[in-house]
Ligand binder design. Structure first.
Ligand SMILES: [Zn+2]
Length: 218
C-alpha cells in the first residue's frame, strides 16, 4: 500500500492533482479536516468531546487527529494506497505520524511537494473572477483564462464577479504563513530522502505527468 503525503501552498492545484491521482491509481484521499468534521457530527463519545472542544474554542489536540487517522487507516488496508492531505502541519506531527506507521509495520512512500512561484500563485488567486449565473471561473490576470470581452461571461453575457477575500493582502498573508510553517517540514522530509518536489507552475496535465513518474517509481 502506497502512503503519500501531498504538500502544497495555496493555488498550487493540490485538489485537482489529488483527484487525478485517486482516479488513476485507486488511492483513497484522506483529509484530516474532513475526518474531524465527520467525527464531530457523530453522536458518540469522540463526537461529544470534539463538539465541546470546538465550543470552548480550544484547539483540537494532535492525539485526537492521530486516533482518527489510525481508525481510517484500518478501513483502507485493502486499497492500493492513500493521499494524505492537510497533515502533518509541523515536524512534531510528522514524527508522531512516523511512529503511528511504524507501529502498524507500514512506512511512508513519499512526500510530494507542489511548489509554485509566488507571482503566479498570486495571479491565480487574485485574478479569479466568476460568473454568478453559470459559475464558470475566468482569470483576468492569466491570458488564456480571460473572457472574450473583459469582465463579461462568454456564455451568459453578464458581468463577472470577484470574491472579496481574493485580494492581494489576504493572499500574501496566507501564502507567507504557509511557506513559513511548511519549510521545516520540507527540510525534515528532505533529510529522510522522502521529498519529491514538483513544479506546479506548468499546466495541470504537465504537473500530473511529473507526479505520475514519481508514483510509478515508488
Ligand atoms: Zn456565465
Amino acid at each position: 500500500m502506497k502512503s503519500i503525503i501531498l504538500l502544497a501552498p495555496p493555488a498550487a492545484g493540490k485538489g485537482t492533482q489529488s483527484d487525478l491521482l485517486c482516479k488513476k491509481y485507486g488511492f483513497v484521499h484522506i483529509s484530516t479536516g474532513d475526518l474531524l468534521r465527520e467525527a464531530m457530527q457523530k453522536d458518540d463519545e469522540m463526537g461529544h468531546m470534539l463538539q465541546e472542544q470546538m465550543q470552548s474554542g480550544k484547539l483540537i489536540d494532535d492525539g485526537v487527529v492521530f486516533q482518527l487517522l489510525e481508525n481510517k487507516l484500518k478501513t483502507i488496508q485493502d486499497t492500493s494506497g492513500y493521499i494524505l492531505d492537510g497533515f502533518p502541519r509541523n515536524v512534531n506531527q510528522a514524527e508522531g505520524y512516523n511512529q503511528l506507521l511504524q507501529s502498524k509495520n507500514q512506512e511512508l512512500s513519499a512526500v510530494i511537494y507542489l511548489s509554485v512561484d509566488y507571482d503566479l500563485a498570486l495571479k491565480r488567486i487574485v485574478g479569479r473572477i466568476s460568473c454568478p449565473k453559470c459559475g464558470h471561473v475566468y482569470n483576468d490576470m492569466i491570458e488564456e483564462n480571460q473572457p472574450s470581452v473583459k469582465g463579461i461571461c462568454n456564455d451568459c453575457g453578464i458581468e463577472l464577479t470577484k470574491r472579496s477575500d481574493d485580494n492581494e493582502e489576504t493572499f500574501k498573508v496566507r501564502f507567507e504563513t504557509y511557506i513559513d510553517q511548511t519549510e521545516p517540514l520540507i527540510t525534515y522530509y528532505k533529510e529522510k530522502g522522502l521529498l519529491y518536489e514538483v513544479d506546479s507552475s506548468v499546466s495541470t496535465a504537465e504537473v500530473f505527468k511529473q507526479i505520475e513518474s514519481i508514483v510509478e517509481r515508488l
